[in-house]
Design a binder for this molecule. Structure first.
Ligand code: PEP
Ligand code: MG
Length: 762
């Protein structure tokens, strides 16, 4: 069964458009399930009915024409119930509607399953048979599996089709994701491929002109030549270290690149109208399929080699294409998974917005876009990456929407909105020098989360009361090896000096999870539950001591350093870290005996981001000088939602009553134990979050640079007593939706509704 499933999935993925994908699908399902009829209906949400999209067995003339209402017939019933329907005599069912146009009089047996994609009914698959029988459990579960497997593929193909049709009709396509940094961006899509895979590529035909075939063949041949050179160089470089038998593998690779093996097939596909990348994809996927179908395990494994060679050729094709591309002036970066290094490469002055197909809006890459103040939408899973390259786009990161080829009216509306956004932004900025003081006179310390965007942050020093979180790992991630103690010392001193005399809370290395070092490979099944933060540092005291010493030395003569330990889960970790800090201190004290500036012992704090740490507050009060709540990870671990997974990003909500109650309890316990506390997660950067936190008793909030002025502006217009009333009612709610609604009402009642301004639904 698995082999049939694979065969169908692969055949469908090989098709250039939705129509042929669905035609292939119904033919293969009919054939493999040995039935007489297979049809696919798609939901048309505008007309609220299902349309017959493809069939093998019903009247082919009904395709695209025959429609049945959402609440009508057996198809409607399957969708309404969201479950399969398996009938021996379909016509006896009370919901059966006789439709002369489709010619189904000869069929009795009926099995239908819904196609569900992201909780939404995309359509219904129906198989029918003359013989009146109930389909077996096996057949039913096969069709369910097939539908679940192909739902995203079909959704993808459907969006591609909609995009093509909308384009022809000059209409706008709108897709939804999850918001990262808020804001509006208008610009031209610039697609960047992080990790190439054939799955990433939409099949694309070239225009029919022979000249474009010649161009594509040239592109392919150049890529093959470059791959050949690559293999020759590799083989020469390895000739001293590898035995001849192992080097023979390069000869096999070269042979696979020969015209007879690969070239002729690809060029034939190009001549049939496929672009070089699509032609290569079609040939490689078909070869891989043939190898995989072999009984012999050795031959089966060669499929990996074919795939690898294909990817290398693909890389060269893409590199040539990219070299010819220039960055548009107003660029919307569109990518499969945004990485910090990708962001580093693009010119910031042209970068208006970001769309990431996968990845969560709470990942570290997303936090980086927030720090840069670049509107971003994450998890736009159905976006056909290559099809949008060069297209005009609008990002509405307030509503988590992406518009492709927007109409002029929509562009005007968003340009107007952007102007108003600019005016509001200027209002926030006009108060940057004023104190973050509530209407009833309470000062709130607003600190900066820094470290992620090294180039712009140091200039922000005057905006804030210091640095509440300096993420040291981001700088480590830009290096090609662990930086030396001296390099670190120089860097930390530069940071401490820029903010001096304000405090800088430097967090020790917090790698792991989605923060990986290119020079230190760690493979884990569950990286967020694995070797992260303090766990890594304690397992590598030689690296940890280097970092601690560099921090202590950098602080000599300045004295504004505080050290923060990430991801602590138990007391022993903190004791061990403190022991190493003492060791670093005493060793340096000796070394620095003759120096003018003395080494000082800085304050040490813990991050409260793992649920267990919340229950250790009485212990922390005795052992450390302060604590800082990492609400990003605390939300992730309390709600068991991977912060980087777009599939579950809707569930990542720090306004969930459990998270709010935990944050409130932390504040209460810290006050009771007289332990200084602050919060440095993204919740503090959201004015709605900041209001609740202040009401809980947090008087120190640390946030990304682009949010400080906004949060300050809001807090200066509110009274703590009112915020406390709001908090009371929020803590009593049982869902995040209710909490959001109550806070929004509060904002409106307090005359701050401009914060909630939204563009009308397009
Ligand atoms: C947090 O978890 O809230 C935090 C501030 O740390 P990071 O986002 O770097 O994991
Ligand atoms: Mg964290």
């Amino acid at each position: 069964m698995l082999a049939i499933l694979r065969k169908i999935a692969q055949a469908v993925s090989q098709q250039p458009d939705l129509t042929s994908a669905l035609e292939t699908f119904v033919s293969l399902v009919k054939e493999s399930m040995k039935t007489q009829c297979c049809s696919v209906y798609f939901a048309d949400y505008n007309q609220e009915n299902f349309v017959l999209m493809a069939t093998k067995g019903l009247n082919p003339k009904a395709v695209g024409k025959f429609r049945i209402g959402f609440t009508e017939g057996l198809v409607g019933l399957v969708a309404q119930r969201e479950e399969p329907l398996n009938l021996a005599f379909a016509q006896d069912h009370p919901r059966f509607i006789y439709s002369p146009d489709v010619d189904e009089d000869n069929y009795n047996a009926f099995l239908a399953v819904p196609i569900v994609h992201q909780k939404k009914i995309l359509g219904v698959i129906v198989i029918q048979q003359n013989l009146a029988r109930v389909f077996s459990q096996d057949e039913e579960s096969f069709l369910i599996t097939l539908s679940a497997q192909l739902a995203s593929q079909l959704a993808h193909a459907e969006i591609s089709e909609i995009l093509k049709q909308d384009e022809k009709a000059h209409q706008t396509t709108c897709l939804k994701g999850a918001s990262g940094a808020p804001g509006i961006a208008i610009g031209e899509a610039f697609v960047v491929m992080p990790k190439l895979s054939f799955a990433n590529f939409e099949l694309k035909k070239t225009d029919l002109a022979v000249s474009s075939h010649i161009e594509q063949i040239k592109l392919f041949r150049q890529a093959v030549a470059a791959t050949r050179n690559e293999f020759s160089t590799m083989s020469q470089e390895l000739s001293d270290t590898l035995p001849n038998e192992a080097l023979a593998v390069f000869q096999v690779y070269q042979q696979l690149l020969d015209a007879k093996s690969l070239g002729q097939k690809v060029e034939k596909e190009i001549k049939q109208g496929w672009c070089a990348k699509s032609a290569l994809k079609r040939v490689i996927e078909s070869l891989v399929g043939q190898f995989m179908a072999m009984q012999d395990n050795y031959i089966k494994e060669r499929a990996i080699d074919v795939q690898d060679i294909g990817i290398r050729v693909l890389h060269h094709i893409v590199d040539t294409e990219c070299a010819l591309k220039t960055y548009p002036d107003s660029m919307i970066l569109v990518t499969d998974v945004l990485t910090p290094s990708m962001l580093a490469q693009v010119p910031k002055d042209k970068l208006m917005g970001i769309i990431s197909i996968s990845g969560g809006s709470n990942s570290h890459a997303s936090i980086l876009t927030k720090a840069l103040g670049i509107p971003a939408v994450w998890g736009v899973t159905d976006l056909p990456l290559l099809q949008v390259d060069g297209k005009e786009m609008i990002i509405d990161a307030y509503a988590s929407k992406v518009y492709i080829s927007p109409s002029n009216i929509l562009k005007q509306e968003y340009s107007q909105f952007k102007k108003q956004e600019g005016i509001l932004h200027d209002q926030f900025e006009s108060e940057y020098q004023l104190d973050a003081c509530t209407l009833d006179g309470e000062h709130i310390q607003l600190l900066l989360n820094a470290g992620l965007e090294v180039s712009t942050e140091l200039t922000n020093a005057h905006f804030c009361d210091g640095v509440g979180l300096y993420r040291t790992e981001a700088w480590f991630m830009q290096k090609s090896q662990f930086p030396t103690q001296l390099e670190q010392e120089n860097w930390y001193r530069e940071v401490l000096t820029s903010y001096h005399p304000s405090p800088v809370i430097m967090r020790t290395l917090d790698i792991g999870g989605d923060k990986v070092l290119s020079y230190f490979d760690v493979e884990e099944e569950n990286p967020f539950l694995g070797w992260r933060g303090i766990r890594f540092s304690l397992d590598h005291p030689e690296l940890f001591l280097e970092q601690l010493k560099a921090m202590l030395k950098a602080n000599a003569g300045l004295g504004n350093l505080k050290i923060l330990l990430p991801m602590v889960t138990n007391v022993t970790e903190v004791e061990e870290a403190q022991r190493l800090l003492k060791q670093a201190y005493f060793e340096l004290e000796d070394e620095w005996a003759d120096q003018f500036y003395k080494i000082e012992q800085p304050e040490v704090g813990v991050m409260l981001e793992v649920p267990s740490s919340i229950f250790l507050l009485p212990e922390w009060a005795k052992k450390v000088d302060f604590c800082s709540v990492g609400s990003n990870d605390l939300t992730q671990y309390l709600l068991a939602v991977d912060r980087t997974n777009s599939q579950v990003s809707e569930l990542f909500d720090p306004y969930h009553p459990s998270v709010l109650r935990a944050l409130n309890q932390i504040a209460q316990n810290c006050m009771q134990h007289e332990l200084p506390f602050s919060l440095c997660g993204e919740l503090a950067a959201d004015p709605e979050g900041a209001i609740l936190l202040v009401a809980m008793g947090y008087r120190s909030l640390s946030m990304n640079p682009s949010s400080i002025n906004k949060v300050k502006w809001v807090l200066r217009r509110l009274k703590i007593t009112d915020m406390e009333d709001l908090l009371k009612s929020c803590l009593g709610q049982s869902s995040a939706i209710e909490v959001h609604r109550i806070i929004r009402n509060f904002i409106i009642l307090n005359g701050l509704s401009q914060l909630l301004y939204k563009v009308k639904e397009a």
